[in-house]
Design a protein around this ligand. Sequence first.
Ligand code: ATP
Length: 253
Amino acid sequence: MKKPVIEIQNLSFSYRGHPILKNVNLKINERSFVAMIGPNGGGKTTLLKLMLGLLEPDSGIVSIFGESPQHTAHRIGYVPQEIGINKSFPISVMDVVLMGKLRTGRGWSRHSRNDRNAAEKVLEELEMWELRDRRIGELSGGQRQRVFIARALVNDPEILFLDEPTANVDSKGQTEFYEVLKKLNETAAIIMVSHELMVISSYVKSVACVNENVHYHNAAEITEEMIDMFCCPVELVTHGKVPHRVLRKHEDF
Ligand SMILES: Nc1ncnc2c1ncn2[C@@H]1O[C@H](COP(=O)(O)OP(=O)(O)OP(=O)(O)O)[C@@H](O)[C@H]1O
């Protein structure tokens, strides 16, 4: 039987008194692949930040591997939605990926051979090895995004959180990227915010609809209700043999 890696109980959160998430209950098992969908402003990024321990709930409990998120950061990878970066900062692709290996108390230059091997492997997987010495500011938006994905993967995370990771990535890059995720999913749970359900529908195993509350569908299907009532911005257009799914009604939990 699969073990839960994330458990959220009766969580509520507000920004300066303005409620964003109310009474959220969610259980995510090991090796899940969850697409987190919902309307703009529905609370997806906020929920990710609560699971990462970057925000504290007003009430309720978030536990990751049975502990508070602050204690489990080293087992988690995170690709944020927007990565503020000074483009003139003289840092190479390889340096950014190695940042994923930094630990408190270890200096910048103390990367072991193993760290470098791990960075090399992940850069090759994401077809970024050729660009390893390039300055980060000299890359295209999509290339830069891959570098930050590589940084999150370099530690072999047991849970990977991604916030709209392929927004700037072309369709070829997306396919390669999802293949990398599929492989990682053999050992890790993946929770990904995305508005591109058609693209991810062949990879995800379940869907969490986030709009103040969370409805978790333990099968990746799309319902009409989800679009009408829940306002989830999901494209239902299918092209030829592109797989698609239909979600059933939200079930009470
Ligand atoms: N730091 C903040 N301070 C105050 N309000 C915030 C802050 N960050 C987000 N919000 C508000 O919280 C709500 C939820 O935001 P969040 O970013 O979680 O939504 P989202 O579902 O990820 O949206 P999107 O699909 O647009 O990325 C929004 O109304 C947003 O304006």
